[in-house]
Design a protein around this ligand. Structure first.
Ligand code: SF4
Ligand code: SF4
Length: 283
């Protein structure tokens, strides 16, 4: 919802070339929620390593060559296990195996859909329900982002490898935090990811009031860690199941908080304002 309203905000502020990109590939609901025209769909395939156990001698060499830690080796069982969700299809493990124990096999990953949204461009990935091969689809999306556009990218929850890989290509990250029992753990992971990706980042507190105990606690935590808070969005109820909200995607109710978020980012970061006029491409 926030990304859609940021998209609308950008359009309202006069940016003529804005792209809304759906990186929440496991829950690709942008397309269903919005009135997208002229939809096209492209199937994405990628090479996934498959261990041939008839040739494998369980030496563990392949595991050491995988920078993403996508191969788990247990010498005591022994076993070699691929964690597909961490694999980027680089093929290094295959090259490392001198037993020819790994084959790269082409797999269907999912699709990328594109279309028009109020004269702008929408692009979104849809991971195949049978697949966990997320990274190739994220990479395919990144390759298709328009370099001339302000790209507002909608990410799913979490700070795992596919998210961090994509964030490294962004200019600004807005993290959204809600009041859950483990919010501090999530916030810590967000801040760590920000430092790793080295991008301009800030926090939006969602479904809370500015003076609530949750907002105050989060503010104290952010102050201690020098992490900016860019906005607080009140709880507007269950908008995801509100058909009117979904069809119009720009109700008055969400305008003000998102506008404030946009202002607080640009006001507190002059470089970003400059970048709007110059080379700012992704959001
Ligand atoms: S490098 Fe080859 S032989 Fe060694 S564990 Fe990996 S797949 Fe098996
Ligand atoms: S293809 Fe690359 S990322 Fe995937 S398991 Fe092999 S070395 Fe790791």
């Amino acid at each position: 919802m926030i990304s859609q309203n940021l998209f609308r905000e950008a359009v309202q502020r006069g940016y003529t070339n804005v792209q809304l990109a759906g990186f929440d590939i496991e829950k690709p609901d942008l397309i269903d929620m919005l009135e997208v025209e002229s939809l096209t769909s492209e199937e994405i395939f990628a090479n996934q390593p498959v261990v041939e156990f008839s040739k494998c001698r369980f030496c563990g060499v392949c595991s050491g060559y995988c920078v993403n830690k996508a191969i788990q080796f247990n010498r005591f069982v022994p076993s070699v296990t691929l964690i597909v969700a961490r694999c980027c299809a680089c093929g290094n493990c295959q090259k490392a195996c001198n037993r020819n124990g790994i084959q790269m096999k082409e797999k269907y990953v999912g699709k990328i859909v594109q279309g028009n949204l109020v004269q702008h461009h929408l692009i979104a990935g849809e991971l195949d329900p049978e697949s966990e091969f997320q990274v190739p689809l994220i990479k395919a999306l990144l390759e298709r982002l328009s370099p001339e556009s302000i790209c507002i990218c909608d990410f799913g929850p979490g700070t795992d490898l596919p998210v961090s890989l994509a964030l490294e290509q962004m200019d600004v990250a807005i993290f959204v935090l809600q009041n859950t029992p483990d919010w501090e753990q999530h916030l810590k992971a967000m801040i760590t990811l920000t430092e790793k990706c080295n991008i301009l980042s800030g926090l939006v507190i969602n479904k809370s009031e500015e003076n609530s105990s949750f907002s105050v606690e989060v503010s104290e935590y952010c102050n201690l860690n020098s992490f900016p808070i860019w906005g607080v969005i009140p709880d507007f109820g269950d908008l995801e199941n509100n058909k009117d909200f979904d069809n119009t995607f720009n109700p008055e109710v969400a305008t003000l908080p998102v506008s404030k978020i946009w202002n607080s980012i640009t006001q507190s970061h002059p470089i970003l304002q400059l970048a709007y006029n110059e080379t700012f491409t992704q959001y």
